[in-house]
Design a protein around this ligand. Structure first.
Ligand code: SAM
Length: 314
């Protein structure tokens, strides 16, 4: 892959140039997108084409205004939920499992995790901290009432990844309004906090699992790197950090610097498990590059789950 870092100073200038009120970089990207969308997927998968895609994605990122979105889905990444279920399954009968979900937005991720784990292990006492920086979104999450128009800012229904059976298992329905069932609303503490706050580690207890999905990508690289180091401190030794929706160079660097152990189980499935972010590469700044097994660091780069503070491998 092209190293995006190498081109930044030149690209940053090229990306912002305007000629007669038009952006040549914008035109170049539109033309490339037109061609890209007409390529067969087997051609797009060729190494030189992927490398060219990485170059285009760098340009897209340089032009992007990284606005904060609240968009989310129930059962957003099924393989990631399956890995959480398997990890929870290692807990002794009747024990307590602590989970923190940072940047939890409207709560869909929180309830999806609780549904997955409590359905499989009803004996566990699952205590979950739902953390978000937005007061409005957090009170929405706490109410746990949704409708198909809830996540309209991302032009997709918050329910779109659910089957009919799951819609019934997760919610009580009144018309098109869905209220999360009470057994999934228990054991949650909603926390209005900044995940980057160094005090967070003194406020929350150490967690068996910490989940940080799709908010670090909004931050400048240096801030995301610092925030990720902060988040990792919340994980109890031998616990797990799930982190996705973050610049892969940032995640890889922090993982290597802090000696996190990538979880190899379901690594490829989880990478491809959130269909929208994979499909949006290279044309959107949040797009996720295809997994490249030829990279020497591929396991660290593409793992979205890490064991923290333990040499044990999975
Ligand atoms: C795109 S949503 C992600 C929702 C969910 N995690 C998912 O992956 O579907 C991003 C959420 O992160 C929250 N957020 C952004 N920066 C944050 C921070 N520093 N600390 C806590 N939450 C943050 C936003 O308020 C927003 O609700």
């Amino acid at each position: 892959m092209v190293s995006s870092q190498v081109f930044h100073p030149i690209l940053a200038k090229a990306a912002s140039v305007q000629l007669l009120g038009k952006s040549p970089a914008g035109l170049y990207l539109r033309l490339n997108k037109w061609v890209w969308e007409r390529l067969p997927s087997r051609v797009r998968d060729l190494y030189p084409i992927r490398s060219y895609g990485a170059w285009l994605h760098t340009l897209v990122c340089l032009r992007a205004r990284r606005e904060m979105y609240f968009g989310t889905f129930f059962l957003r990444n099924r393989p990631a939920l399956e890995l959480m279920r398997r990890l929870a399954d290692q807990k002794a009968n009747g024990s307590t499992l602590r989970i923190a979900v940072l940047g939890c937005s409207m709560g869909a991720e929180v309830y999806s995790i609780l549904w997955t784990i409590r359905s499989a292990r009803p004996d566990l006492k699952v205590l979950l901290e739902g953390v978000d920086i937005s007061k409005e979104i957090l009170s929405f999450a706490e109410k746990g009432i949704y409708s198909p128009s809830t996540s309209q800012s991302v032009n997709a229904s918050i329910f779109e990844r659910l089957t009919e059976t799951e819609m019934v298992e997760l919610f009580n329905w009144e018309g098109d309004q869905a209220k999360v069932k009470s057994w999934l609303r228990e054991g949650i503490t909603w926390q209005l906090r900044d995940a980057a706050d160094p005090e967070l580690v003194n406020i929350l207890e150490r967690q068996d699992m910490v989940v940080a999905s799709n908010f670090l990508c909004h931050m400048a690289r240096a801030d995301a790197e610092k925030c990720l180091g902060n988040i990792a401190q919340l994980v109890s030794p031998g616990g797990y950090l799930f982190v996705s929706g973050v610049d892969l160079d940032v995640r890889t660097k922090v993982a290597l610097d802090l000696g996190w152990e990538p979880v190899r189980e379901l690594i490829m499935e989880i990478h491809d498990g959130d269909c929208s972010v994979r499909a949006d590469w290279p044309w959107e700044w949040w797009g996720l590059e295809p997994l490249n097994r030829k990279r020497h660091d591929w396991q660290t780069r593409y793992a979205a789950a890490f064991r923290i503070g333990s040499p044990e491998r999975r």
